[in-house]
Design a protein around this ligand. Sequence first.
Ligand code: SAH
Length: 239
Amino acid sequence: MSSFKFDVITLCPKAFEIINNLGVITRALDKNLIDVNLHDLRDFGEGSYRQVDDKPYGGGAGMVLKPGPIFEAHESINKFPKSKTLMMTPQGKVLKQKDLLRWSRLNQIIIICGQYEGFDERVRCLADEEISIGDYVLSGGEIPAISIINGLTRLLPGTLGDPDSLINESHNSPLLEYPHYTRPQVFKNMKVPDVLISGNHKDIELWREEQRLKRTYARRKDLLDNGQFSNNDLNNDGE
Ligand code: SAH
């Protein structure tokens, strides 16, 4: 099986050292299930100063990433048959679990990380999708990119010890996951619900399903309301 390729265009390649210390993701790297190639935007900078940014036309605060170096970096990347380019931007579509599932069926994801005030508008035409990891602004696209690498990698076959752990997981279906308990049975006067130690699998199943509904209703009613999942998702429990 060939590995899933991540190619990342970034001004801060060192930020990605963290993926060597991220448990499941690090094991996926060791097992060659994924391959992460970092492309230092500075290497594609212009002139003797390797310039990658410049002042905005029309004035205003901050610096803007020039289009030339990003286009060159993108062109230099070896493209695989099923490949998509994602641009990290707080103006993009907010990342959902179903996006990670969709992308996990590709061979390659190319991620463009911004810095400073962001990109020259003309960079957008390189992107198949513009993605935000939430309605807040970070200083660069590296943490968003690492989130995508992390979330997508754990969906790849062979990555998780127990693939069943993906099935009921929060955001894999419209419902959040049920509560978990492990030993001890009583901790600081807080007891594990009786049903979980009853040994009655049918009752446990029912209790968990009920908890999923209650939790989702209490915490994230929007997930039930906003129709972000199709009937197909509902029938297949997320797949
Ligand atoms: N001035 C820009 C924000 C620039 S933040 C604006 O108002 O839209 C600098 C870079 O950090 C962005 O180019 C992007 O790559 C990254 N970034 C910041 N917040 C992000 C988010 N929520 N999701 C994805 N990328 C983000």
